[in-house]
Ligand binder design. Sequence first.
Ligand SMILES: Nc1nc2c(ncn2[C@@H]2O[C@H](COP(=O)(O)OP(=O)(O)OP(=O)(O)O)[C@@H](O)[C@H]2O)c(=O)[nH]1
Ligand SMILES: [Mg+2]
Length: 413
Amino acid sequence: MAKRAILVFRFDYKANDSSIRELEELASAAGYEVVGTLIQTRVEDPKYNIGRGKVHELRDMVTREKADKVIFFNTLKPSQTYNLRKELGVDVIDRYELILEIFAQRAGSQEAKLQIELARLKREVSFAREYINLSKRGELHGFLGGGKYAVDAYYTYLSNRIALIERVLEKIRAQKNARWARRSEAGLYAVSLVGYTGAGKSTLFQRMTQESVYIDGKPFATLSTLSRRTKILGYPVIVTDTIGFIDSLPEQLIDAFYTTLGETLLADVVVLVVDVSEDIGEIKRKFNASISVLSDLGVPLGKVVIAANKIDLMEAEDIKRKAAVLQASGLPVVPVSAKQGVGLKRLSEVIVSKFPDKVTETLLIPSDGGMLEEVLTKCKVVDISGTWDGKIRLVVEGRANIIEKLKARYREQ
Ligand SMILES: Nc1nc2c(ncn2[C@@H]2O[C@H](COP(=O)(O)OP(=O)(O)OP(=O)(O)O)[C@@H](O)[C@H]2O)c(=O)[nH]1
Ligand SMILES: [Mg+2]
């Protein structure tokens, strides 16, 4: 049976509907049934985050609705969590921990599991720092037994464990990077699919690679990057599916997860998938959040193509209007339906038009010895014909450095 949760929002000025909707989606993605929502507009109360009067209201709601858990939209200090748990008699978590719960439920790869542990530990460290400060000021009020020495020992343990995990992750990433380098050595162009969670990246990835991947309607279906070889309009490419973006992701999570997006930097073309079936306000909010992640990662906007996805759910007029909104960013926009395979040819053309260092060359190769196969895996063959002396003449297109190497071996004499 689903656990029953109450959501709590404290806004400094005024309530924000999309924050409310997003926390609801996250809670249901983590498997909670939302049985109540409490909203307050006020400045932060140091002891409970929300005001004391609201805490009483919340306690009554917990009893009435038989809730198992209270989930705060706001980031809670450890002392606030402690005070709230004591006051409410049920578990209290915040948005950060909720996201970690989802990640933990979905982590398949060793890399994702380690990233989650790293994010947990980093948060624990910031808590341990607060404990240390409180204990120095003599304000611990018993919410961590054992006192200052225990906290110090714990802090040391955390630091060592973090260092260990970072080393292991470093190794895993070095292997991934080496694999990546080998592939680009082989002449493959790299295309990364990025975008807000739920935009349809994995669905598009599946379309482009014929590879079945985990897809569902809930946030963070994909947690670690996945790369596959395929061809786009004849060009050999490596396509990468990535973790979804989300608004105001806590810093420690960015550290732990967005490093997996590092490969995006190496990509030749970045396809930003946007769900345009939503209303314009949401489209803009998620688009801006995505652009800001890309610029944090250092991805040049010149590499970016927008795939305006889910047009199968929309009227023609609506598609035009929303495409125009995205076009205002100056980036190329291609309307698509990843689900139904609409618009993919146009998308492919725009992607290919952005491939750097593209050259065309004529090669003359012997018709035996498997050379044709090698050439086919490294570049696009535009034209093929035989010669009077039994060789094969190929007109090829591909990355300059690769073509140069092939040319040195198979130049038309
Ligand atoms: N109608 C419609 N639904 C789509 C389309 N593309 C994806 N979806 C649906 O949108 C939901 C999310 O799709 P995913 O491909 O998992 O999205 P994602 O961007 O990989 O999501 P994360 O991995 O969570 O970041 C699923 O329910 C898909 O079936 C589309 O073109 N049309
Ligand atoms: Mg996905």
